[in-house]
Each structure stands twice: as structure tokens, then as C-alpha cells.
Design a protein around this ligand. Structure first.
Ligand code: BGC
Length: 376
């Protein structure tokens, strides 16, 4: 039987570089995207030499759109999102579509943690817990932005300074994020952060993908492979129990490709607690390595994810409800998008055995995560 690595490499060899049919210089375009809190925000359109197009706004650092080719080379929207900034500001569902999440991505139990003997309370915005940074996380801030073009590709550099005490977190945190779109179909996201006081950080990108096309039904037929032997089971409020449970013999075993819908409705306590897949997987190995591959048999599109982070949250859009009307006026029903949020494990500030999420003055936080698009 093939090992996971052999399978991953073999499948990569079969794939074609996203949009290889086209050939034009890569480009970057800046245009107004509306205003928030009286500040003008921009939309940056990055296009690689094969026509793969990624749109990013400096409101929340949101990836609003990815036009990726299918197996016939036809470009289509694969990201759930809106065509103007108001869609994001007024989102009735709290979806975090496409956004950069901070200061602490995912949940902190009861919004409470203790650091250096002091207890901190963050707003309970997902009762009984805090989710994705509190009341007004990094996803709802206007970031400073600078488009760039280098030999590596076209991109946009974003920066956000979170004041000491913002959302009750200690320390002033400066976060720099660069999105780079390369000609090989990869969208690289690099993060760098420093702090003035001991604090906790967890950053991720919250893009929802549908490789059949955003608004074209569910993602239940997508085949997922995860480079993870273990996951972090959760309680009924989605807080990890602290156990790193082997996936073997469970519906969480994606070491070989499985359709998202194959086991999602099984009677299983973990699937019940997450209302489907909404769990953090412990990525095998360290350093930059492949964490996930998703393939749509309908369109042939492939999304690969690589990351330096210890975990990836697979979220299958269980709380989407059709009330978000996005690109091309299409509704986004339940399970019509999936996220692969590279991150530290949820609730790490309360879980001494998890890889630490503490950041101290003098230390530099680094993360690199790549979403790579192709088709076969
Ligand atoms: C969480 C989900 C949540 C979604 C949108 C995901 O990261 O794991 O539970 O519903 O974000 O807020």
C-alpha cells in the first residue's frame, strides 16, 4: 500500500499548473472598495502569468475572490465572498469570510486565561467562549497596505498594530502579513509579529473555498486528504478536551482521500459536537510541510495547503445558512464552503500540553502558509 507521502507526491505529479493555458505578465491593480469607519479601503487584484486571479482588501486583510481554472482551463470563482466592503461589514452571520484572524484565532474557553499570574477576560462573542479575537478582531480592522512586485510574484503587504489592552489582551502587537501570488499557482501568506509585553497570539486566514464554484451547491463531494494522524476532540462548546486523539478508525481519518460528505452525518459524538467537521487536526511533522489536499471530481480543481503551523482547523461551513448572498448574487447554503485554517490549537492558553501560543518581547512570531491551486 502506498504511504501518505507517496500518495501526495504521486497526485502532485499528475496535476497541471493552474491556468497553464494562458501566458501574460503578472500584474497588480488597485481600486477603491468602499469605506469603513470613515477610512477608504482598497481592493488589490493580483493576477499571475497564467491568469489565476486573487483579490484582497485591506479591510480585515480579506481574500475576497480567487478565480482559478478548472481542468479545461476555465476560470471560476472558488472563494465565498462579497463584491463590496459593505457585504463584509454587515455580514449577518459572523462568517469571517476570507479574513485574517487575530489576536487569537479560534476559541478560548469562557474567554478567560491566565498569563504570568494575571487573569484576562476577553469578550464572550460565541457563548460561552470567545472566538476569533473577541468583539472586534483583526478581521474588522482597516490595515495599512502596500502592493508589490518581486521576482517571486505579485502581492500586497499588510500591517496592523493592535494597541496594548485592545480587546483586553496584554501588549502592543505589531503584525505584518504579506500575500504573494506566484506563477506556479501558489498564494503564499507570511506572518511576522512582535509584542511589547508577554501575550498570546494565534493568526490564521479564514477563506472559505468551494472548488465546484462559490454558490454552486455544497462541498460534500470534495475529496479531502489531511497529513494528520491525530486531531483535537472537542466538548459540546467546541473547546478541545486536551487529548490528541488518533484519527485511525474514526470519521476523522483523512490520511487517504475521503469525500467530505461520506461520513459527515454519521452518528459520532465528535461530529455532533462540531455539527460536522469543525476540528483542529495535528499536522504530522514540523516546519513547512503539506497539511492538506482537496480535489473536486466535478471540476478537477485541486487546492493544496502547506504550512509551518502545528494545526489546521477543517471547518465545513456547518453554520452557513443561505442568508449570505455573495458573488454573482448567489446564496451560500449550509456546507457550501470549507476552510483550512492553519493555526495553533484552539484554547492553547488554557492547555499547558499544547504547543505554546505565548509571544514575549524580543521574540518574533513567524508563520508561512501556502494555498496552491491547480487542476487535473
Ligand atoms: C470555527 C467555527 C465558526 C466559524 C465562523 C471557524 O473557525 O471553527 O466554529 O463557526 O469559524 O465563525
Amino acid at each position: 500500500m502506498k504511504s501518505l507521502n507517496q500518495w501526495l507526491c504521486g497526485a502532485a505529479a499528475l496535476s497541471v499548473v493552474a491556468g497553464a493555458a494562458h501566458a501574460a505578465p503578472s500584474s497588480i491593480k488597485t481600486q477603491p472598495f468602499g469605506s469603513v469607519d470613515g477610512k477608504q479601503v482598497q481592493l488589490y487584484t493580483l493576477t499571475n502569468s497564467h491568469g489565476l486571479t486573487v483579490k484582497i482588501t485591506n479591510y480585515g486583510g480579506i481574500v475576497t475572490s480567487v478565480l482559478a481554472p478548472d481542468r479545461k482551463g476555465k476560470l471560476g470563482e472558488v472563494v465565498l465572498g462579497f463584491d463590496d466592503v459593505d457585504g463584509y461589514v454587515n455580514d449577518p452571520n459572523g462568517t469571517y469570510f476570507g479574513a485574517l484572524i487575530g489576536r487569537y484565532a479560534n476559541r478560548i474557553a469562557k474567554g478567560t486565561f491566565t498569563l504570568d499570574g494575571k487573569t484576562y477576560h476577553i469578550a464572550i462573542n460565541n457563548p460561552p467562549n470567545t472566538l476569533h479575537g473577541g468583539k472586534k478582531g483583526f478581521d474588522k480592522k482597516v490595515w495599512s497596505a502596500q502592493p508589490f512586485k518581486t521576482g517571486a510574484g505579485v502581492g500586497v503587504k499588510l500591517a496592523y498594530v493592535s494597541a496594548d489592552g485592545e480587546e483586553n489582551y496584554p501588549g502592543k502587537v505589531t503584525l505584518n502579513v504579506a500575500y504573494t501570488l506566484a506563477n506556479d499557482g501558489s498564494l503564499k501568506i507570511t506572518y511576522r509579529a512582535v509584542t511589547t509585553k508577554d501575550t498570546v497570539v494565534n493568526f490564521t486566514n479564514h477563506t472559505y473555498f468551494n472548488l465546484n464554484g462559490a454558490g454552486n451547491g455544497t462541498i460534500l463531494n470534495h475529496l479531502v486528504t489531511l497529513n494528520a494522524n491525530r486531531f483535537t476532540p472537542i466538548d459540546t462548546t467546541s473547546i478541545p478536551t486536551g487529548v490528541l486523539q488518533p484519527v485511525a478508525g474514526t470519521p476523522f481519518d483523512f490520511r487517504r482521500p475521503h469525500a467530505i460528505g461520506e461520513r459527515i452525518n454519521k452518528t459520532d459524538t465528535q461530529l455532533k459536537n462540531g455539527s460536522g467537521y469543525d476540528h483542529n487536526f495535528v499536522v504530522n511533522g514540523r516546519g513547512m510541510r503539506m497539511s492538506a489536499r482537496v480535489y473536486s471530481p466535478t471540476t478537477g480543481r485541486v487546492l493544496e495547503e502547506y504550512t509551518t503551523e502545528p494545526g489546521v482547523q477543517l471547518y465545513t461551513g456547518n453554520f452557513l445558512n443561505g442568508k449570505n448572498i455573495g458573488h454573482d448574487g448567489k446564496a451560500y447554503p449550509r456546507r457550501s464552503g470549507f476552510c483550512l485554517e492553519a493555526q495553533h490549537f484552539p484554547d492553547t492558553p488554557n492547555q499547558p500540553k499544547f504547543p505554546t501560543a505565548e509571544l514575549k518581547p524580543g521574540q518574533v512570531y513567524h508563520q508561512t502558509t501556502i494555498y496552491k491551486f491547480s487542476a487535473r
